[in-house]
Design a protein around this ligand. Sequence first.
Ligand SMILES: [Zn+2]
Length: 229
Amino acid sequence: MPILLAIAGLAFLALIFGPQLWIRRVMTRHGTERPDLPGTGGELARHLLDEADLRGVTVELTGDGDHYDPEARAVRLTPQHHDARSIAAVAVAAHEVSHAVQHARGEPAFARRLDLVRRLVWVERLASVVLLLTPVVFLLVKSPALAVLQIAAGLALLGIRIAVHALTLPVELDASFGKALPALTRGRYLSAGDLPAARSVLQAAAYTYVAAALAALIYVARWFRVLRF
Ligand SMILES: [Zn+2]
């Protein structure tokens, strides 16, 4: 029985952390400097945006993970992608520019995702409140059943985040394979030999949010242990 539990525990951890480890490995493997590439990720992003007639969209540095911000209309890239010449930098830049294109074209799937992600902020706040109040309610009511119910409710709310990112994966896959890969091929920014590597980076970029949402479950569990009663 303990062996079965250990196996179940390991499988659970692999499911939660596996995707994030895989993304990090792909980005590192294809993040090596390639002086032969025509430009940095930041330069390519600017070029692709201009080509798409999106001169109003800015390209900025961020320490907060590569993303497109629809409120500020900004493509934000981390230093290792903004300032580097690597396959990872070029592919990630093209992926984020593709979100700006989806936004500018008013693509319905992008608009739906934006709406869902905005609502998610409230779901996450509610989850935090439910989880934070668990020890307080337990001290007041002394009901373990109620505490378990509260933790389950909190985690279920966090599960909504995973569901939203999984359901909106088509928007990410379109950014990677419907737009970024064709743009990189069309403009000959990468040689044919580099395309398989670009493809893995684009795959990893598409799964970033699902992976982060899965890993968030464990962070909450760890945070919760600190509040153990
Ligand atoms: Zn994306």
